[in-house]
Design a protein around this ligand. Structure first.
Ligand code: C5P
Length: 252
């Protein structure tokens, strides 16, 4: 079989050329990184869990009319997605103070925010993805005003959907990050949700106990990341109840 062409290798995923023009195969690795890759580990089964969870969230978004790059899951670790031009911003939505916002503003983690707050960071690993304002975005031309209106609307719709779905299984959506892709349909361009939505890019706390079920388990050495992600997957019915954490031997 001909070797696939690798397009890009990131920290948690590798992208390959897809079978049709305009498609990409997104492969989820077991690699975990934190603090701009200063902390690294290989966490058995993480890629499989994120592949399934991202499929779950992206499919749900598509079903309520929020456009995403997701086309279909191919196997345990890979999904087919639409190729798009990534807007060079990380879009963060926060419902409760945590992480860098808690630190920056001196807020206690878990404080409910008066309303969802959307932040933008420039996607630049060398600079540590710095927080930027809409003034920076406009002045440097990273996105137009129309793009920013569309991005804000997408981000808040994703927040409403994710918050509701997770609340239904006893999980609080504290915050999350999404990436936005630009696609061209003839003369028109559209913005869509791209990359992944998984516990790698969200903060998820058990509503009853406050237990962390996201990448902070790895960042802060709080136990087994696979167990935390498996718990999220089980509650959402992405993994059958009683299933043991997925092992790489199941990869097809
Ligand atoms: O670190 P910070 O508090 O700014 O992160 C906010 C949210 O964005 C968290 O859910 C975190 O997992 C996510 N994030 C991400 N990738 C980054 C930065 C933040 O997924 N590069």
């Amino acid at each position: 079989m001909a070797r696939r062409k690798k397009i890009y290798e990131g920290k948690a995923k590798t992208l390959y050329e897809g079978p049709e023009p305009g498609t990409i195969v997104q492969y989820f690795k077991d690699d975990a990184t934190a603090f701009n890759a200063e902390k690294k580990a290989v966490i058995e089964g993480k890629g499989v869990l994120n592949n399934f969870l991202s499929e779950y969230f992206m499919t749900g978004l598509t079903n309520i009319g929020v456009p995403t790059h997701f086309l279909k899951r191919i196997n345990m670790r890979e999904q087919l997605v639409r190729s798009c031009e990534i807007v060079p911003l990380e879009v963060i939505v926060r419902n409760y103070a945590a992480g860098t916002m808690a630190k920056r503003l001196g807020l206690e983690e878990g404080t409910q925010l008066p309303r969802p707050i959307v932040e933008y960071c420039l996607k630049d690993d060398a600079l540590g993805d710095p927080l930027v304002t809409e003034e920076h975005i406009a002045a440097f031309g990273w996105a137009s005003q129309q793009d920013m209106d569309d991005i804000l609307s997408l981000a808040l719709r994703v927040n409403d959907f994710m918050s509701g779905v997770l609340y239904g299984v006893g999980i609080r959506l504290v915050d999350f990050k999404i990436e936005i892709g630009r696609i061209y349909d003839g003369d028109f361009q559209r913005l869509i949700v791209a990359d992944e939505i998984s516990p790698d890019s969200c903060r998820l706390w058990d509503i009853e106990t406050g237990q962390k079920l996201d990448k902070d388990v790895f960042r802060r050495d709080l136990g087994s990341l696979t167990d935390a992600y498996t718990e999220v997957a089980k509650r959402l019915g992405v993994l059958p109840k009683g299933a043991t954490p997925i092992r790489p031997t199941l990869i097809n």
